[in-house]
Ligand binder design. Structure first.
Ligand code: BG6
Length: 491
């Protein structure tokens, strides 16, 4: 019998990442992460990454939203909304400043211990991403980041440190955030170590696979393979250190549709979905899928996968599949159409869907569709680790933020989740991306706001940092209180 309630114990909450909110980039012994060296940009003007810090330039990770110093206030606000779970990431460079130091930085360990304890004080379960984009700079310079097998060793040591230190405080883990992003421009910046050349501009308007050199493609896929190995070794170690640990993958899982029923578009969309399956198959099933040989050949990529690697992947399968879902894209090969589908390259714009301020299509049905596709393929529990709306918020004359567009987005995606659960999908939790405004990953802006909590800070890092509850804050509180059912009452 279908009802309006979500399953008992459904984990409602929100998600952040260290470099997008903590700030304190050089405090208490923290080393530099790649993400600390990204300048701010806009949708049309890409962020830049330079190895030299320019004192005249604002780097958004420098300040974040000052969560490092205000985490108690922020977690208290999360608790007020009724969070059951807080997804956050640990900054590797806070624990091992150079990525591979002999001993961990005690102050870094203490900081996260305090954060986890603060969560538990309110009955909030921490869900921890071990790596969310922020490879320590030292590893990128010294050994070309994820192109080196030595980075796998460093990561596994770091992961074991976390599992050991926080045993009993944390039991839900994600090894790598959106690991499939290593296939695109994120791979250059956050993973592949294409930094030895010094300066690189992240060109978000030129990320198509065709535009890339074979050399770059080879680096991205080699780096991704090393991340798979690191993830599998961490999963194995995490289970050995504490059998209660539940460890997941995290894959950006935006839906891809054919633009029309022309079979060429159907095949193209199938190929786009392989960006998800490529990673999910390795991390959930423990092996590369049948299609990867041709998929890589067509990109001019030669991948070295040894027998030992295959064994490692088999032994390090994840317990659950987590995903981010924001939007959908379409594939169109047979006609010229509008390709403005946001700052990620999701192909042709879908004429049936409305877009956000940043061009991302609003598509809750796509969430139901993709959850069914994932569950049908893997049959493991699923967790929505990110979903949300980046929008321009205005503070009204009454001092409040009336973000009915965000409430609408949340309501419709919650309905879609419920539909998927009623379809039979084993979905056990949901964390809204950026429950408090934070720095945008793709553009580095503060102006692109996701939060239920407004933070008084602008793109240049100016503002009081004061936290203000938006209308959506009260809506999410009610949604959690009613275990999801209020989204149906308002129909
Ligand atoms: C995901 C990332 O890609 O999307 C987050 O895991 C990111 O780090 C989020 O912030 C939203 O993207 P953006 O570019 O709007 O911040």
């Amino acid at each position: 019998m279908v009802n309006n309630k979500f399953p008992d114990n459904f984990l409602w909450g929100g998600a952040t990442a260290a470099y997008q909110c903590e700030g304190a980039w050089d405090e208490d012994g923290k080393g530099f992460a790649i993400t600390d060296l990204l300048t701010a940009g806009t949708r049309r003007n890409p962020r830049k990454l330079t190895l030299e810090v320019d004192p005249g330039v604002y780097y958004p990770a420098k300040k974040g939203i000052d969560h490092y110093h205000r985490y108690k206030e922020d977690i208290k606000l999360f608790a007020e909304m009724g969070f059951k779970v807080y997804r956050m990431s640990v900054s590797w460079a806070r624990i091992y400043p150079n990525g591979d130091d002999e001993k961990p930085n005690q102050k870094g360990l203490d900081f996260y211990r305090d954060v986890f304890k603060e969560c538990h004080k309110y009955g909030i379960e921490p869900l921890v991403s071990i790596m969310h984009h922020d490879t320590p700079v030292a590893l990128a310079i010294k050994q070309d980041g994820w192109l080196s097998k030595k980075t796998i060793d460093a990561y596994v040591k770091y992961a074991k440190t976390l599992f050991t230190e926080y045993k009993g405080l944390v039991r839900y883990w994600i090894t790598f955030n959106e690991i499939n992003m290593t296939m695109n421009y994120f791979g250059d910046v956050y993973g592949a170590g294409i930094l030895s050349n010094g300066t690189r501009i992240i060109d978000i308007n030129n990320v198509s696979d065709d535009a890339m050199s074979k050399e770059k493609q080879n680096k991205r896929f080699a780096a991704l393979h090393n991340q798979f190995l690191a993830s599998a070794l961490a999963v194995k170690a995490g289970h050995e250190i504490d059998p209660n640990n539940q460890i997941g993958c995290m894959i950006a899982s935006d839906a891809h549709y054919p633009y029309s029923c022309n079979p060429v578009n159907i095949l193209a969309a199938q190929n786009s979905m392989r960006k998800l399956w490529y990673c999910g198959d390795v991390q959930v099933r423990g092996e590369y899928s049948y299609f990867t040989k041709r998929y890589l050949e067509e990109k001019g990529v030669t991948l070295n996968v040894t027998e030992e690697d295959k064994k490692i992947l088999k032994e390090g399968k994840v317990d659950f599949y987590s995903l981010s879902y924001y939007t959908s894209g379409t594939d169109c090969l047979d006609q010229e159409v509008d390709t403005d589908s946001g700052n990620f390259n999701l192909g042709a714009a879908n004429p049936y869907l409305k877009k956000s301020d940043w061009g991302w299509a609003f598509d809750p049905d796509g969430l139901r569709w993709v959850l069914n596709e994932i569950y049908g393929r893997y049959n493991v529990p699923i967790f929505i680790a990110e979903n949300g709306l980046g929008a321009i918020d205005e503070v009204s004359d009454d001092g409040k933020i009336h973000d009915d567009y965000r409430i609408h987005y949340l309501r419709e995606h919650t309905k879609a989740m419920k539909q998927a659960i009623d379809d039979g999908v084993d979905l056990f939790g949901y964390t809204w991306w950026g429950p408090i405004d934070l720095v945008s990953a793709s553009t580095g802006e503060m102006k692109k706001r996701y939060g239920f909590i407004y933070v008084d800070l602008d793109n240049e890092g100016k503002g009081t940092l004061q936290r203000v509850r938006k209308d959506s804050f009260y809506y999410y509180k009610k949604l959690i209180e009613t275990n999801g059912s209020c989204v149906f009452e308002e129909d």
